[in-house]
Design a protein around this ligand. Structure first.
Ligand SMILES: Cc1cc2nc3c(=O)[nH]c(=O)nc-3n(C[C@H](O)[C@H](O)[C@H](O)COP(=O)(O)OP(=O)(O)OC[C@H]3O[C@@H](n4cnc5c(N)ncnc54)[C@H](O)[C@@H]3O)c2cc1C
Length: 321
């Protein structure tokens, strides 16, 4: 499908009317067939409203009755959806009773940062997460976190951070807005700060154009990625100038900062991985093939003290041969 679009054969249509029709034609009795059609239609609506609400909204907004005409869809797999993506997420320790030593180093579900526990879409090394599994993993991670606090609690209290300093850091975007918003007549245009929406557009544009986004047909190269990294450097510099008018914008400021780090980790990972992950993820035009020696997990680790990144290959061990 993505290759067809690449050849200019788009757009892609989802033939819902045909699919519903085909499913019901197996029933020879006309009355039963009509009932079956109604059932299939309501099931389809339920599924879409459960999982892909935006598709149902799009149908309503574009006058599409899915049982009557097809709707246009776009391939968009490479986004950072932990659940249905390239095994993205934090590298967390496996359970104690797990065999491979490479996959465990401490408390179950603890990330490589001590005291950070992850579950569900936040934990990596699994490319297809589900609601029920995430819920179960959440319970396991929470119990493990409680055990960590009980066993390590005393040491943790001694090392507790300066709360006032953390508060000032979290609220810094509000202070910046309060101090400088009067400097210009339009609060969007100000030499002293950047608003979260502007920051978001800039981040999206960098990722789209340099890191194999949808408008670049999911293609990128080392040269594009290196250039993207230098633009992310400037963005990181400007993140210190994020300003928030209210609490909602404050939330958006921090969301942007987290997404910015996530974006850089992604760019560094696909730059490190000397291969293409295609069809479905991204295409490295300078490394056009999938490579067997890259059938590994890739970790990246940031050292905040030194401001450096370390890239690590982790083996994929088949747990069920
Ligand atoms: C389109 C789509 C279809 C899917 N279909 C299915 C399906 O049919 N069946 C199935 O089993 N699974 C399905 N999944 C996968 C499933 O939804 C996820 O794997 C699961 O929801 C992950 O649960 P989670 O608790 O890890 O993450 P989430 O459900 O994403 O929960 C994370 C929560 O953290 C909150 N949050 C984020 N940042 C902050 C912050 N800074 N402070 C406070 N809160 C914050 C978010 O708002 C969110 O509520 C689907 C996923 C998608 C995207």
């Amino acid at each position: 499908m993505m290759l067809d679009v690449d050849e200019g054969k788009g757009p892609i249509f989802m033939q819902t009317a045909e699919a519903i029709e085909n499913l019901s034609t197996a029933e020879p009795d006309e009355k039963k067939r009509k009932r079956k059609l109604k059932e299939l239609e309501s099931e389809a609506w339920e599924d879409f409203l459960d999982m892909t609400i935006s598709q149902a909204i799009l149908w309503a907004a574009t006058n599409v009755a899915p049982d009557e005409k097809p709707s246009e869809i776009a391939a968009a797999e490479p986004y950072f959806i932990g659940s249905h993506s390239g095994a993205s997420g934090a590298w967390v320790s496996g359970p104690e009773d797990m065999a491979p030593e490479e996959y465990k180093w401490g408390y179950c579900n603890m990330a490589t940062t001590a005291g950070v526990f992850c579950a569900g879409d936040a934990s990596g090394a699994s490319s297809h997460k589900f609601s029920s599994g995430s819920h179960a993993e959440g319970r396991i991670a929470a119990k493990s976190a409680v055990r960590y606090i009980v066993e390590q609690g005393a040491a943790l209290t001694e090392a507790s951070p300066d709360v006032e300093q953390l508060k000032a850091q979290v609220l810094a975007p509000v202070a910046l807005f309060d101090e400088f918003s009067g400097k210009s007549t339009d609060p969007d245009i100000n030499p002293e700060y950047i608003r979260p929406k502007q920051f978001m557009f800039r981040l999206q544009k960098i990722m789209d154009e340099y890191a194999g986004g949808v408008s670049s047909a999911f293609k990128t190269s080392a040269t594009l990625l290196e250039k993207g990294l230098s633009l992310l450097d400037f963005l990181r510099e400007d993140s210190k100038k994020l300003a928030a008018e209210d609490l909602h914008e404050l939330m958006r400021c921090w969301e942007n900062i987290h997404r910015m780090w996530q974006a850089e980790a992604h760019v560094r990972s696909i730059l490190f991985r000397q291969e293409t992950r295609w069809p479905g993820y991204y295409f490295r035009t300078d490394q056009p093939k999938m490579q067997d020696d890259w059938k590994v997990f890739v970790n990246c680790k940031y050292d905040p003290g030194k401001g450096t990144w370390e890239m690590i290959k982790r083996p994929i061990i088949e747990l069920v041969p």
